[in-house]
Design a protein around this ligand. Structure first.
Ligand code: IMP
Length: 434
């Protein structure tokens, strides 16, 4: 690529392999897991770049449903190596359980690696998370209670414990003691506060099992790129839960946007070839916080039941609403989206009309932007599209979808300014229309 600066010689990117990022456009739960499962066969490595076991990717294979929280969603594609990047926070218990579960169904777990710079989430982080939520009372964030926020706080506060620390039991033990002492006042009031000695014993035992999977993440990813391997970077949660650009403070504690992939994997931006946004044909959110296109419960129920909108991790019913083009356009900019993959189109079958939020207005009727999302009295501009009654689950080509469904998809592309590349039309592993 030529450099437009007249003083410097043109830049030639030396990379051999490339990174394609796939991430969520809304508040998570867009169906990224199934998309990544579908795309993984074309990549040497599928790498998670952020989040922890607050994520829950589910993939249905026949009558079996595999729910993964930490291991990347390419687990069922044997040719792909799986990497858990430095930007993640890892509960050792959850990761070990997943390795066991995958091993039991015949998955080769030796292809799973974990960056030594990833942070460990301990049970005391979960206890602090829950204590802080209780203290927030009516303005609780509605976290998953897994300790994700407190673990990222420790990283930034420079008292975090990394996966690489598992290599040195004596130093690890001391760091656990110090970290728990620093949280003593918060843990004192927690009814389920874990005991220091139990944590140390469990962590040292977990270290023995995990160390064969621990790698220098920067070398692992960059040597793969230098060899010419292509990498699929898997986002967790969604753009609107990003710690900086999401619906703050009702967000998760990591960078969920495309920029987070560079930090979370240790790559330069020049390695990124494309950014694909996964977006549900309607909108959902779990936990507290603003949700301008949210439907009242009676109307939301139809979407919730048809879309099985209950959390993979917590089982909580998800809040449901219409597709929100205001936030989708915002996500397109933040991530530099090249294309969209629309999921769960089948859930809209049978509705008389399908709503789409195209704009916001302040209470006084003047136009409002995404930054006003949480404002009292915010109104939405909704356009309604004719529904379709046909079941679309067997359709494999977009041109064979009902004309009303095609018109709705065309409008999504038009109103977001991003082309739709693929559409998921059912929960089965291969239920996609191209
Ligand atoms: P935390 O990530 O557990 O701290 O939760 C912060 C917010 O992010 C809460 O509103 C959670 O419901 C939400 N959240 C975290 N992970 C996910 C996810 O994978 N899907 C949807 N929402 C999530």
């Amino acid at each position: 690529m030529a450099n437009s600066n007249t003083l410097l010689p043109p830049v030639e990117h030396k990379r051999a392999g490339s990174v394609d990022i796939v991430l969520g456009v809304q508040w998570g739960d867009e169906g990224k897991g199934r998309v990544i499962d579908l795309l993984a066969k074309d990549y040497a490595v599928v790498a998670r770049f952020g989040g922890g076991d607050n994520a829950g990717h589910s993939i249905e294979v026949g009558d079996r449903k595999l729910a993964l929280r930490i291991v990347p969603s390419g687990a069922l594609v044997p040719s792909a190596k799986l990497h858990v990047g430095a930007g993640t926070v890892i509960s050792l218990r959850t990761l070990l359980d997943e390795l066991d579960a995958l091993g039991k169904i015949g998955v080769d777990i030796s292809r799973i690696s974990v960056s030594d710079r990833a942070q460990i989430v301990f049970p005391f982080h979960a206890a602090v998370d829950q204590a802080m939520e209780r203290a927030r009372g009516g303005s609780a964030i509605g976290t998953t209670g897994r300790g994700i926020g407190p673990a990222y706080v420790d990283r930034v506060g420079r008292i975090g414990i990394t996966v690489g620390d598992l290599r040195n039991p004596a130093a690890l033990t001391e760091k656990i003691r110090q970290s728990m002492q620093a949280k003593a006042s918060l843990l004192a009031g927690a009814p389920d506060a874990p005991r220091e000695e139990d944590i140390i014993t469990d962590t040292l035992a977990a270290a023995k099992r995990l160390l064969p999977h621990v790698v220098d993440g920067v070398a692992y990813i960059n040597e793969a790129l230098e060899r010419g391997d292509n990498i699929l970077a898997e986002g967790a949660q969604g753009t609107l839960l990003d710690v900086t650009y999401g619906s703050y403070p009702y967000v998760t504690s990591s960078s969920t946007i495309a920029g987070g992939a560079c930090i979370g994997l240790g790559i330069g931006p020049g390695a990124v070839r494309s950014v694909t946004g996964v977006v549900k044909a309607y909108c959902t959110r779990v936990g507290g916080g603003p949700f301008p296109s949210e439907l009242p419960n009676a109307e939301a129920n139809a979407l919730r039941e048809a879309g099985r909108e209950f959390g993979v991790v917590t089982g909580r019913p998800r809040r449901c609403g219409w597709f929100d083009a205001v936030t989708a356009r915002y996500a397109a900019r933040l991530n530099g989206l090249d294309r969209l993959i629309v999921t769960k189109l089948d859930v809209l079958s049978g509705l008389d009309r399908v709503g789409l939020v195209t704009g916001y207005r302040h209470a006084d009727g003047t136009p409002a932007g995404v930054e006003s999302m949480g404002e009292p009295g915010l109104q939405t501009e909704i356009e309604y599209h004719p529904g379709w009654s046909e079941n679309v689950r067997e359709v494999r080509q977009v041109k064979n979808l009902p004309s009303a469904a095609r018109a709705y998809l065309d409008r999504l592309a038009n109103v977001t300014g991003v082309p739709v590349a693929l559409v998921s039309v059912g929960p089965e592993r291969t239920a996609f229309a191209a």
